[in-house]
Design a protein around this ligand. Sequence first.
Ligand SMILES: [Mn+2]
Length: 348
Amino acid sequence: MGSLYTHSDLDGIVSGALMLNLMESEWHRRYDEVRITDYWDIDEPDNICYWKKNSINRENLSRNDTVLDLPQPGRRILFWADHHEDNEHPNGSAKYKLYDPKAPSCAGLIFRHYAGLYPKLQELYGDLVEITDRVDSANYRSIDEYDDLSIPGIRLDLSLDGTKKRLRRLGVKEVERKTEIKRSYLPSLVRGIGRTCDWKGLTEHPDVVDRARWVKNQQIAYEEAAKKLRVRHGPVIIERIDQRKKRLPGMFSKYSAFRQFPDTEVMVGFYLRRSYSRHIKYSISIVAKKNTFIENHNTVNLGQFMKDNTANGGGHSGIGVASFDVVQESDAVEAERVFSLLLGRLEK
Ligand SMILES: [Mn+2]
């Protein structure tokens, strides 16, 4: 039968594993292949091709295909499940469809739909889905939980971005490392978790452990470098990082600002990055994030702020994001304007 397409994050992997398990053990059908995709691999969904030309996922989706934790394709497929807002496609049609923008994770959505019918799901994957719900909705129990390698689900999550050290030693370029992850490591996890009765045991495999450790070390290197660039203004942390000439070492670490200043309410990042397009001088992104690890009294809806004040920004109450392509100087001035407006709102 068709292919299983799923997202490259923990939720995508667990969603894929649940579907693969159900297909094979309950419905006695097998997917021809497992394919991993990110949002940036997707063209405008109206496009016939749907998946970008040069992505590894270029496919014409068929009626037998399943798409999970990703936008609905604008054509008929077998199964679509997702929980991201605004991801329904007006021309989309799926024989089986699970869609709930309020669900904390796509895996949780699939799990809760089928666990009543197939009780063994609870026994096999109950714990894994519980942690996936929390990871995908950033609902960690503490700031240290998100990179605690002793928790199997977290170890699995961290490993997803981790390339094999061997590849790094060989000097393989970043893009090729990412391809390796998407082509072999992530699909093998979907199959491994979907078919084994012991997903926790699988997270003790050296391949998983090494990758997770590698990612954590990369994040520590980034944290160390970013520490010196942060400034605190009352309840707000400002993180202004210019990576146009030189990139910070390591790998971006999501919550490190709140580890450095645990009692602050909001982190506002202003990031300048090189652009790979000839028409764009560089790009700026503004990211504002609330500290969810404390009792937070900040009432600004960050996503709404970005929607109201920028052309393409958005998010939700706890996180707001906007990006600016700097073609001429006025674009940078506009980004600065939004940045100071936001700081004014937050410091009040
Ligand atoms: Mn998800």
